[in-house]
Design a protein. Structure first.
Length: 161
């Protein structure tokens, strides 16, 4: 019964930390006047692991993928505009860049960023949109790293064998 209580406590602490990370990300994004601050909260949710190590690994992949996707998405819009054909080419190029750099699964997040940069808010500068997207994701990652480092620090018992 003690094991069940301990596990429940870890789950509750993790859930509360994720909730705090979401709220803190939104507040920070508003303070920084980022236009789509909800991406900061979404990024915090995506990278928040059960311990700091898991959060760091997910954060690295998310940040790298976002940087590549933002750069390629903006470049394609700047050079060829928003067209479904170029969107498909940009996604394929993004996967190839990530794979050629040995970035593993970062291509998935990079492609999501390409889609956001190329298909949402295309009226303004693609570079501005890409920069905001990167900053929003980076903010969410920083918040997630800070919150995951706070006590109580949960340790996955299955990994400590």
């Amino acid at each position: 019964m003690e094991i069940v209580k301990e596990a429940a406590g870890r789950h509750i602490a993790h859930a509360v930390k994720i909730g705090i990370a979401g709220v803190a990300s939104i507040i920070a994004a508003k303070l920084l006047k980022l236009p789509q601050g909800y991406w900061a909260a979404i990024s915090a949710f995506v990278v928040m692991g059960s311990d700091v190590g898991a959060t760091v690994a997910a954060s690295r992949d998310r940040l790298i993928g976002t940087a590549i996707g933002a750069a390629l998405g903006a470049a394609f819009v700047a050079l060829w505009g928003v067209h479904l054909l170029w969107f498909g080419v940009a996604v394929a190029a993004t996967v190839l860049v990530c794979e050629s750099l040995g970035l593993g699964q970062s291509y998935r997040l990079a492609c999501v960023t390409v889609a956001i940069v190329m298909l949402i808010n295309t009226a303004g500068s693609p570079w501005k949109s890409a920069t905001y997207r990167f900053l929003e994701v980076a903010l969410g990652i920083v918040v997630a790293l800070m919150i995951s480092a706070l006590p109580p620090k949960s340790v996955d018992k299955r990994q400590s064998v």
